[in-house]
Design a binder for this molecule. Structure first.
Ligand code: SF4
Length: 325
């Protein structure tokens, strides 16, 4: 196995608020291989977006990375200077978000924004940057690249804006794209087109993609491997086949049984009872225990550690499987 392109080890992120310290990420650990499409999945508030921002050392104030290691392409992100991080952000690592309008500047044309980005991360002339921008617009399937180049963000549909964001990531030579709910704000047909584009870029360009999503259906269609996050840590990880079709963790089982597809296949729709834990009041033991159908005494006291399943790539943090071993 090659060295991971991104490795997150025991990451803890806190937000110091007037109400107290919010424990947003609590020991998140996973790694992704180069050229992989890796899904980080969970309900909102599970720490997945904050983890994506932490990979870029871009957690907004009052957030702070309390501890943990973030290794990108063999380099320790936590040891980089702010100047080095600025070169990495939008350069070797790019991030796209659910709402591309918030990422694009409304007063500059798409062409102006992409050429500036290219010039920031290379010494290309304005002419060469424009040529590269048009090439990238074409590569991400934007019709009439010259027209898009001259257009302001409000003149483009949501799907086109997201393609512009992806073109910007490619144009600056990103090796890793962190895509945070990139299709959630788009209608279903456009969603499928953007996901197909990401899969193509992964295959043709060798781009590594960390896909952050709440949608297991999206993961099933596009990812190689997946990590399921709950209360700021990973509870189950493995190949998509292992995690979605040999599901072990009670939380992942709950997410799966709430999928509309499962209902179509004759399974009753089940909702996970209770609410996601409040980051201000961390739960002792397994953070899922107040909602778990299989809770045992040990679950209220001890936090479970990841256990390797029969398939070496599949691991689950749940006391049920310690008992079985
Ligand atoms: Fe449920 Fe216990 Fe497993 Fe947590 S450790 S998921 S409470 S069985």
């Amino acid at each position: 196995m090659t060295d991971p392109i991104l490795s997150i080890e025991d990451l803890h992120v806190r937000f110091d608020t007037y109400a107290g310290t919010v424990h947003a990420v609590n020991g998140m650990t996973f790694e992704m291989q180069p050229g992989e499409m890796f899904g980080l999945v969970g309900e909102s508030g599970c720490g997945k977006s904050v983890t994506g921002l932490a990979a870029l050392r871009a957690v907004p104030s009052p957030g702070r990375i309390e501890n943990g290691r973030i290794i990108f392409s063999g380099e320790d992100v936590m040891q980089k200077s702010e100047e080095e991080m600025q070169a990495i952000r939008g350069g070797r690592i790019a991030m796209i978000f659910q709402d591309p309008t918030a990422s694009l500047n409304p007063v500059f044309t798409a062409g102006n924004q992409i050429t500036r980005q290219i010039q920031q991360h290379s010494n290309a002339s304005k002419k060469a940057a424009k040529e590269r921008a048009l090439e990238m617009f074409d590569e991400v399937g934007l019709p009439n690249p010259e027209g898009i180049y001259r257009a302001y963000p409000h003149e483009l549909s949501g799907g086109m804006q997201q393609r512009v964001m992806i073109a910007m990531a490619l144009a600056s030579g990103a090796e890793l794209l962190i895509a945070d709910e990139p299709t959630t704000a788009l209608d279903v047909t456009i969603q499928a087109q953007i996901l197909a584009l990401l899969s193509e870029l992964r295959q043709n360009e060798g781009l590594s993609i960390l896909l952050i999503t709440h949608d297991l259906g999206v993961v099933a269609e596009t990812c190689d491997r997946v990590a399921v996050a709950y209360a700021g840590r990973i509870v189950e990880t493995g190949t998509v086949d292992d995690v979605l079709y040999q599901t072990k963790h009670p939380y992942t089982q709950g997410l799966m049984s709430a999928l509309p597809d499962m209902v179509e296949h004759g399974h009753p729709l089940q909702v996970i009872k209770g609410n996601v834990p409040d980051g201000l009041r961390p739960v002792t033991g397994c953070p899922f225990h107040p909602r778990c159908y299989a809770v045992m005494d040990i679950c209220r006291e001890q936090q479970p550690l990841p256990i390797q399943m029969e398939s070496q790539k599949h691991s689950v943090a749940c006391h049920l499987y310690e008992e079985a071993k």
